[in-house]
Design a protein around this ligand. Structure first.
Ligand code: UDX
Length: 442
């Protein structure tokens, strides 16, 4: 059954949620306080790079099911369900900043004139939905019924639309069956299994899932560090482990750590949340520490070989925190670039789409190009920090053609060692034996 829905916040989560809900037949109004953004969205233009999103936006704007506004009163008019999808940035102490969420709760209370279900999509600490309910109750101006539901998202950047339509589960945390059933009905066209829980468990599922995935990554990275010292190959080890269904073969790619807008922030927030109830989450603290060390790994390795990197020309291949996104948040490339700046190296960065965002973070302390050859030209060392398709498919003989010395530190294990061995290349990767240039070719 078609429902009237408002989504507050047109960031990554809110926009994808709003667009996809309109695509399965609901009438959706997306609300944001950013006037410029709303103007852009009305024209069917997405402020974020997300495959498939603009097409769905245009389709549903044109069929009249998707609208955008900056005005809460208009946006909430006759809506049965309001999704909260605003940001919960990290505060200095690692905890989540809930001021935007609380503001939305006040906006809802002051503007609604009908019964609504408020659904929290934003990642919020356990107990926040109770707070939201309280804030709404305190500020309510009409005599209406408001239910609160936790419905966390599990979207990956770069495949968020795909994940919305083909996710593994939809989690609905509610304290009454009527509200839970309504949200279940809304999501029915997605055809994804639904897990119904109480509110706090739903909130926890999100943090526990992200913390577990981050743990898998730090675990395999630690194994890779030991493999390097003992002469084993992490690719074979991860493959052999992953065949066990209890372990599973995903999130066992060793590399230079996890980045992005979720894992770093959510792991720290969960440690903080546990601390608030006098529980020291030692395992997760280690996961975070291991990741910090791992992000610095390539530069540390290079320093081990060269001593100082002062005056070296260094190419960084891939700046986004992972492929298929222009997101630079918590990217390993930033850690690498900052360490190289300290070292006094000349740095050239390549990325196919994240250059604008990279410039915002790294400024003119590095040179930029969206052409791999340009960045490799005359370089002494290349660091691979993102496994972009363009880098994975880059022909290996070109490293020695363009670089001053073809020495590559690959933080994402982009190439098969057998292939590297056929070329004039010194190659250091993660958890695998190094390949040195054969004397014959030098
Ligand atoms: C993640 C979760 O997957 C998603 O469910 C949640 O809602 C938000 O956080 P995202 O940050 O978009 O999504 O990216 P993801 O593809 O999960 O990768 C996260 C980071 O882990 C990347 O930096 C990636 O390079 C790294 N990673 C992932 C590894 O190092 N090894 C792996 O095996 C998998």
């Amino acid at each position: 059954m078609m429902r009237n829905i408002a989504v507050v916040g047109t960031g990554y989560v809110g926009l994808v949620t709003g667009v996809c809900l309109s695509d399965i037949g609901h009438h959706v109004t997306c609300i944001d306080i950013d006037e410029q953004k709303i103007q852009l969205l009305k024209q069917g233009k997405s402020p974020i790079y997300e495959p498939g999103l603009e097409e769905l936006m245009l389709k549903n704007i044109n069929n009249g099911r998707l609208t955008f506004t900056t005005d809460h009163q208009t946006g909430f008019h006759q809506k049965e369900v309001i999704y909260i999808a605003v940001g919960t940035p990290q505060k200095k102490d690692g905890s989540a900043d809930l001021s935007y969420v609380h503001q939305v709760a006040r906006d809802i209370a002051r503007n609604i004139k009908q019964d609504v279900i408020v659904v929290t999509k934003s990642t919020v600490p356990v107990g926040t939905n109770d707070e939201i309910r309280q804030v709404i109750k305190e500020n309510l101006v009409s005599d209406v019924q408001v239910d609160v539901v936790s419905n966390p998202e599990f979207l990956r950047e770069g495949s968020a639309v795909q994940d919305t339509f083909h996710g593994d589960r939809i989690v609905i945390g509610a304290d009454n069956e009527k509200a839970a059933t309504m949200i279940e009905e809304i999501n029915k066209p997605f055809g994804i299994p639904v897990v119904k829980t109480d509110i706090r468990s739903a909130e926890m599922i999100k943090y526990a899932s992200n913390a577990f995935l981050a743990t898998k990554i730090s675990f395999i990275n630690e194994i890779s560090n030991i493999c390097e010292k003992l002469g084993a190959n992490i690719e074979d080890v991860a493959y052999g482990m992953g065949l066990d269904h209890r372990i599973g073969n995903q999130f066992l790619r060793a590399g230079i750590g996890y980045g992005g807008s979720c894992f770093p922030k959510d792991t720290k927030a969960l440690v903080q949340m546990a601390g608030n109830v006098d529980h020291k989450f030692e395992l997760l603290e280690s996961v975070i520490r291991v990741n910090n060390v791992q992000q610095a790994k390539l530069v540390e390795k290079a320093k081990g070989f060269f001593g100082s990197l002062e005056g070296k020309t260094v190419a960084i291949l891939g700046l986004a925190f992972k492929p298929n996104t222009d997101d630079m948040r918590e990217a390993a490339s930033v850690v690498i670039a900052n360490m190289l700046i300290q070292e006094g190296a000349r740095i050239k960065g390549y990325d196919p789409i994240a250059l604008e965002n990279a410039k915002r973070i790294l400024g003119d302390s590095i040179e930029y190009s969206d052409n791999i050859e340009d960045v490799l030209a005359d370089a002494d060392i290349a660091f691979i920090s993102t496994e972009w398709k363009e880098i994975v498919e880059f022909e290996l003989h070109l490293y020695s053609k363009y670089m001053k010395t073809p020495i590559v530190f690959d933080g994402r294990n982009c190439y098969a060692l057998e292939e590297v061995e056929k070329h004039d290349l010194e190659y250091h990767s993660i958890g695998r034996p190094s390949v040195y240039r054969s004397k014959a070719k030098v």
